[in-house]
Write a protein that binds this ligand. Structure first.
Ligand code: NDP
Ligand code: GDR
Length: 358
């Protein structure tokens, strides 16, 4: 068991919750940064909560924000982390077109603020830094599959902000000898995926439609293709990246690609509902072939000004150097997500148990 100290930004998000759980299971003391919010935003980690009045809690949360440099400096100083996992971000690609400046502030400059905090405090020799980089950096396809050497071509304010974060992480490694690494992670999902990302939007809709609480599901580009893995597998990869003697950048992916359309078919198929596609473009519909009911409709508001059509990762470096491989097949991921949302709609399970897939 380890007695290391980790600081996780974005601990209330999907990956933050899985990573906190993983590190606690390895004996780490885990400090998480949460944002002040007018409503509760800690649902995903409430099951890890320990009363701060208890002796020596192993999991603590602190208020903070990536847009506040003084806050980050103070937290790094107080916590004295061996490892920092910078997972906080405005992480929704479509929303970044609506909030480009905020996205740049949090996702790009926020990363710089963290790196500067380490440097200002003279902790370069002690603290290892993980940056949550993304397959969105590859954007407009230059090479298939995408690997660490594939050129970047960001296609959204989110991806452009993450491009800065990627390079500033590399630069601080080279300039100041920091143990700073990028995980270039392809899409990863889970039962606690944010509800507005397409996979979770679909699996929730399957459950809601089945329960009679929703008529149909409105989607955008059905032909987008992604390399979808399970978040539980990917946080293990993040941890392995920081355990290497030498900092470096790694692609984490499954090496398999599916379209949004296939995801829909598989998710509804889970309930025995066969989908047939009729019409074209904005008029396309997904029909339940058993009764002719329209289950999927297209809404142009979900199309992005610039789309990333196809992402497929080559995780061979991660396999070779880190010994990392994803372990959850695509079908299992979809079925785990549908099952979890079905249980939630039937009200047979608590969020916390659902949250970590039991
Ligand atoms: P989520 O959207 O689920 O979580 C994002 C987290 O960041 C939340 O805890 C959120 O807080 C927090 N956050 C947002 N803005 C700020 C801010 N200004 N200051 C402090 N905290 C903030 O994302 P994921 O868990 O899915 O992803 C984790 C990271 O990995 C992100 O950086 C994402 O961009 C990146 N990534 C994700 C991939 C994926 O497929 N999931 C793939 C590649 C990269 P709150 O809960 O209050 O909203
Ligand atoms: P992505 O995930 O943009 O890949 O970013 P998202 O699930 O939002 O979109 C995937 C693809 O599905 C298409 N799509 C829709 N998307 C959403 N959200 N809603 C819809 O109704 C819809 N219909 C079709 C999109 O156009 C897109 O092509 C995620 C985030 O987690 C990022 O933070 C992360 O960096 C990348 O994955 C890797």
């Amino acid at each position: 068991m380890s007695d290391k100290v980790a600081l996780i930004s974005g601990v209330t998000g999907q990956d933050g919750a899985y990573l906190a759980e993983l590190l606690l299971s390895k004996g780490y003391r885990v400090h998480g940064i949460k944002r002040r919010s007018s409503s509760f935003n800690t649902e995903r980690v409430d099951h890890l909560y320990e009363d701060p009045h208890e002796n020596d809690p192993r999991f603590r949360m602190h208020y903070g924000d990536l847009t506040d440099a003084t806050n980050l400096i103070r937290l790094v100083q107080e916590v004295q982390p061996d490892e920092i996992y910078n997972l906080a971000a405005q992480s929704h690609v479509q929303v970044s077109f609506d909030t480009p400046e905020y996205t740049a502030n949090a996702d790009a400059v926020g990363t710089l603020r963290f790196l500067e905090a380490i440097r200002i405090l003279g902790m370069e020799g002690r603290t290892r830094f993980y940056q949550a980089s993304t397959s969105e950096l590859y954007g407009k396809v230059q090479e298939v599959p995408q690997r660490e050497t594939t050129p970047f071509y960001p296609r959204s304010p989110y991806a452009a902000a993450k491009l800065y974060a990627y390079w500033i992480t590399v630069n601080y490694r080279e300039a100041y000898g920091m143990h700073a690494s990028n995980g270039i992670l392809f899409n990863h999902e889970s039962p606690i995926r944010g509800e507005t990302f397409v996979t979770r939007k679909i699996t929730r809709a399957v459950a809601a439609i089945e329960a009679g609480a929703q008529d149909c599901l409105w989607l955008g580009n059905l032909d987008a293709q992604r390399d979808w893995g399970h978040a539980r597998d990917y946080v293990e990869g993040m941890w392995r990246i920081l355990q290497q003697d030498t900092p470096d950048d790694y692609v984490l992916a499954t090496g398999e690609m599916h379209s949004v359309r296939e995801f829909v078919e598989l998710a509804f198929g889970q309930l025995g509902v066969p989908i047939e596609w009729r019409g074209e473009g904005i008029d396309e519909q997904g029909i339940d072939t058993r009764n002719g009911r329209v289950l999927i409709r297209i809404d142009e508001r979900y199309f992005r000004p610039t789309e990333v059509d196809q992402l497929l990762g080559d995780p061979s470096k991660a396999k070779r150097v880190l010994g990392w491989e994803h372990s959850t097949p695509f079908r299992q991921l979809v079925s785990e997500m549908v099952d979890s949302d079905m249980r939630a709609f039937r009200g047979t399970n608590s969020f916390q148990r659902r949250a970590m897939g039991e």
